[in-house]
Design a protein around this ligand. Structure first.
Ligand SMILES: [Ca+2]
Ligand SMILES: [Ca+2]
Ligand SMILES: [Ca+2]
Ligand SMILES: [Ca+2]
Length: 462
């Protein structure tokens, strides 16, 4: 009995502390401070990556490397950026996705795979961007406890999540560097072997592909439910007809626009064991995130382009490839991207839902299987750039400023009120006055109502 009371007291005190922390969190608005980074809009290097999650991943700060695989069998792990930075208004690893990102890094597969079907090592890695409203830097995907399903690459699957078994939750996206063939196309998850193998890889070729989160099937699997298991299965998702579940890339050579034809997100390497050659490869990615709705009137575009290596580049082209402060120039100055895909997300997924992409975490995931699927990969010279928004008033013109965040916006009659900053706004109709704060614009849900995390926002009416 005494024990119970003591426990209750501890819970009460912990609850109060939580409440105080929560209150403090609301009051503490991250101020954009000069000098956090050498380049005001970039995060450079891996020093502020958080401790890795799971197994097989090392953030080697003395050598400025992230090491993936560790030459060990049966690992599943991730490492996310975990710092604070004025560059992306990042707090504790959670950054504003804003109008997108440009990132660059170099990678090297230390083991040379000379097998005929690329099965001597495995399973590759992903560079992942996951929403910051329902993911944190201690999350990873992968198989549930007691299993090793390396084809999930610690991006798909429930991973270390024992609360709702949703792993890395959508909205999310990743470029997979897939170096092990899992060509089984079966969609069933009746056996563990099928869950692991049914990635629907197009053939045995190592490949680069843009992955999203597949669909949301309620089917029961031999272990758990199917919800997360198709997150890196090629072609999973509801195709072009339901933007709640945009298809994982299944084909395309980088020339399609994805939105209308589903192509552009899958690049098969020129040889079966492409990239697994102990050579340093260069990688660049650009995500352009729509600040205003597309022609549908309700959805927002995401354009994802990625390039591997700068084959035959001039010195000027190589410099442009590595310079994330400017968009990569189109051909002929720059090289055509290997990944070039457009997707659209609903307003809820983009900005207003309980899980939305206004904020994000970025990092790496990897997995290895049996000893023949071990791997050693190094990531170095990482940089991510957050392009600043060009405008400080809501789009469309005719707006009148009325209040700062946590103030009250007053006017006569009924007006449309915009709440936000730097291209990102939530809107409500109101009569005579409205609170200029996250909770009001999220109808009680402060996370959903925050169009630009960690920044002092403003209200405008018209
Ligand atoms: Ca391989
Ligand atoms: Ca694979
Ligand atoms: Ca694949
Ligand atoms: Ca899914």
């Amino acid at each position: 009995m005494k024990k119970t009371i003591a426990l209750l007291l501890i819970c009460l005190i912990a609850g109060l502390a939580d409440y105080a922390l929560a209150a403090q969190k609301v009051m503490t608005v991250y101020q954009r401070a000069a000098g956090d980074e050498a380049e005001p809009h970039s995060i450079t290097g891996i020093n502020d990556f958080a401790a890795p999650v799971g197994t097989g991943v090392t953030v080697d700060k003395p050598n400025a490397l992230i090491r993936l695989g560790g030459g060990t069998a049966n690992t599943e792990g991730a490492a996310w950026y975990g710092g604070d930075s004025d560059a992306g208004y990042c707090v504790n690893g959670i950054c504003n996705f804003g109008i997108g990102i440009r990132a660059y890094f170099e990678f090297r597969f230390l083991n040379v795979d000379s097998s005929v079907d690329s099965t001597a090592y495995g399973n590759g890695f992903t560079f992942a961007i996951i929403n910051g409203s329902n993911n944190v830097k201690t999350d990873r995907g992968g198989s549930p406890a007691g299993n090793v399903w390396p084809a999930l690459m610690a991006y798909a699957g429930p991973g270390n999540d024992t609360i709702n078994y949703l792993g890395l939750q959508p909205p999310k996206m990743a470029i997979e560097f897939d170096t092990y063939p899992n060509t089984n196309a079966a969609t069933t998850c009746d056996t563990a072997a099928h869950i692991n193998n049914n990635r629907n890889d197009a053939n045995n070729n190592n490949h680069l592909a843009l992955m999203l989160w597949g669909s949301n099937p309620a089917t029961a699997c031999s272990t758990g439910t199917a919800v997360t298991y198709d997150d890196n299965r090629h072609g999973a998702g509801n195709g072009k007809t339901d933007i709640s579940y945009p298809s994982n890339s299944a084909n395309g050579d980088g020339t399609g626009d994805g939105l209308s034809d589903g192509t552009g997100g899958y690049y098969a390497g020129p040889t079966v064991t492409w990239l697994e050659d102990n050579v340093v490869h260069l990688f660049r990615i650009e995500v352009i995130r729509g600040a205003t709705v597309n022609a549908s009137g309700t959805d927002y575009n995401y354009k994802v382009k990625a390039w591997v290596d700068c084959a035959g580049c001039t010195a000027a082209q190589l410099a442009a490839f590595k310079d994330t402060s400017i968009p990569y120039p189109p051909t002929p100055t720059g090289l055509a991207p290997q990944i070039n895909r457009l997707i659209a997300l609903s307003t809820a997924l983009h900005t207003t839902g309980a899980a939305n992409f206004n904020t994000m975490l970025f990092g790496f995931t990897q997995a290895t299987g049996a000893l023949a699927q071990a791997q050693n990969i190094e990531i170095k010279n990482f940089v991510i750039y957050f392009p600043p928004c060009a405008s400080d008033v809501p789009p469309g013109g005719g707006w009148t400023y009325c209040a700062d965040e946590n103030g009250t916006c007053t006017f006569s009659g009924t007006k449309l009120v915009a709440y936000g900053l730097n291209c990102f706004y939530n809107y409500l109709n109101a009569t005579t006055s409205i609170g200029c704060d996250n909770a009001t614009f999220g109808s009680g849900n402060a996370t959903a109502g925050d169009p630009l995390y960690g920044v002092v926002k403003k209200c405008y009416y018209k």
